[in-house]
Design a protein around this ligand. Structure first.
Ligand SMILES: *[C@@H]1O[C@H](CO)[C@@H](O)[C@H](O)[C@H]1NC(C)=O
Length: 444
């Protein structure tokens, strides 16, 4: 009897000792869900949908079933008239077709912040008749991976026709936590000023860990300019985390290790992490899928960094594309037309900046000292109600942000006005006085 019990104890001790190594690879109980969102449309923004398609391929290869992956993207790239290879989207030069098999859960007009938040919350009722109707049907033991890729601005993540406010995202996450909708959540966000989606907002005790492509005050960068396709194929942060994932055995690499690698490799912006940092001890497979990928599928090459050498601030993509077209133009007439377009683009940008300057002059009653501060400081957002209401007024009265991407670049003064104690009402009055121009689109 005694001897047998001892034997069993020894076996148990052995299992536990070995378990030290096995524990990390062990699947938690609960399911893995993934929500992948590309928030833009148009050929110029090819890269956002390419990134998200690539993210889908990663989850798919690692065994996450399609009924646990929800993809939101306009889906205007694969068959865009400008695509010389219909049905093909690539995410690096000569890369594989990442469009193959991507589920079309929410496309076109259904790619909205409201849909996204309903998908996350698991509000199937609210999405009846919209897209595939697929939502995250998660419980308290489940893990959720969220990947957002698009244009951004302080406290804002873009969608094709509107935008998601950082406060809406954080309120949704808090609600989900209260309602037992996840055990752990990991968010990877690629957008300009993406750190501002979490800074001063994401608590460190919810089981939520987020990585942003940039700090709250930096743009994110596009890369892999393709002179044949006349657009960029990816974004630096997205490319770096996904190419790392493609190379490594993610059942052995931790979130922390990936963060360190990516933070080092992305030299164009400061990759940052937020929320409950200690979640980063887990293996990537907990959030990207645990199945081993046959080594033939993996790309091993680290080679020349074509991504970093072509890195371009996201907002300068339209400029870079026009300049490349001018370089490769085949006729003087075409060159002339392209140069004209580039001139217009710069004029448009000057106009948008001038409107913001006028608004600031108006709000501050032309207090030049204050104007200078508001135009040049880079405060973080703490007065969220003022800032979001002021942005709504700017969006409605001056430039629709979704249709005038350059307008996203001039919002820092709005943050600063609020932080200096001016109110959203004062800003809204300035909008009425200053923004008397006809509605415009295409301020790229
Ligand atoms: C400049 O703005 C006008 C609208 O005023 C728009 O139609 C045009 O496409 C813009 N051009 C560029 C190159 O951004």
């Amino acid at each position: 009897m005694m001897r047998r019990a001892l034997e069993m104890l020894t076996v148990a001790a052995l299992v536990m000792a070995v378990g030290g190594d096995v524990a990390g690879a062990r699947q938690h109980k609960g399911d893995l869900w993934a929500v992948l969102v590309a928030g833009s449309s148009y050929w110029m923004n090819y890269r956002h949908q390419a990134d998200v398609c690539h993210a889908y391929q990663i989850l798919h290869q690692h065994g996450v079933p399609d009924d646990h992956i929800i993809v939101m993207m306009t889906d205007d790239i694969a068959y865009n008239p400008e695509n010389p290879d219909p049905g093909v989207i690539i995410n690096r030069p000569d890369g594989p077709n990442v469009y193959e098999g991507v589920p079309k859960d929410y496309t076109g007009g259904s790619v909205t912040p409201e849909t996204f938040l309903r998908v996350l919350r698991g509000d199937a009722e609210g999405l009846r008749g919209v897209g595939s109707g697929k939502v995250v049907r998660s419980g308290p033991d489940d893990r959720i991976f969220v990947n957002l890729v698009d244009h951004g601005a302080p406290g804002i993540f873009g969608f094709p026709n509107s935008f998601l406010k950082a406060t809406e995202l954080s309120e949704t996450i808090l609600d989900m936590h209260r309602n037992g909708k996840f055990g752990q959540m990991v968010l990877y966000v690629e957008a300009c000023e993406s750190g501002s989606m979490f800074s001063n907002l994401l608590p460190d005790d919810l089981g939520v860990y987020a990585v942003s492509a940039s700090s709250p005050h930096q743009p994110s960068y596009a890369c892999y300019m393709d002179e044949h396709l006349h657009t960029f194929l990816g974004d630096v942060f997205s490319i770096k985390w996904m190419e790392d994932t493609d190379r490594e055995d993610i059942r052995r690499e931790s979130l922390k290790k990936q963060f360190q690698i990516v933070r080092k490799e992305v030299t164009s912006s400061t990759v940052m992490h937020w929320g409950e940092i200690r979640l980063d001890r887990q293996h990537l497979s907990q959030f990207l899928g645990g199945e081993k990928v046959p080594s033939g599928v993996k790309s091993q090459k680290r080679g020349d960094d074509l991504c970093l050498s072509s890195a371009t601030p996201s907002y300068d993509v339209p400029v870079a594309v026009l300049e490349a077209r001018i370089r490769t133009s085949s006729s003087p007439q075409e060159t002339e037309a392209l140069k004209q377009q580039l001139d217009n683009l710069h004029q448009n940008r000057t106009f948008v900046s001038a409107v913001m300057a006028s608004l600031v002059v108006h709000v501050t009653d032309a207090n030049l000292d204050m104007v200078d501060k508001v135009m040049h400081n880079s405060h973080s957002i703490t007065r969220w109600p003022c800032y979001t209401a002021a942005v709504d007024a700017f969006d409605a009265g001056c430039f629709r942000l979704a249709e005038n991407l350059y307008a996203l670049r001039v919002l820092q003064p709005v943050v600063n006005l609020c932080e200096h104690g001016y109110t959203a009402e004062e800003f809204a009055r300035a909008v009425e006085a200053v923004c008397t121009h006809d509605p415009v689109t295409g301020m790229a």
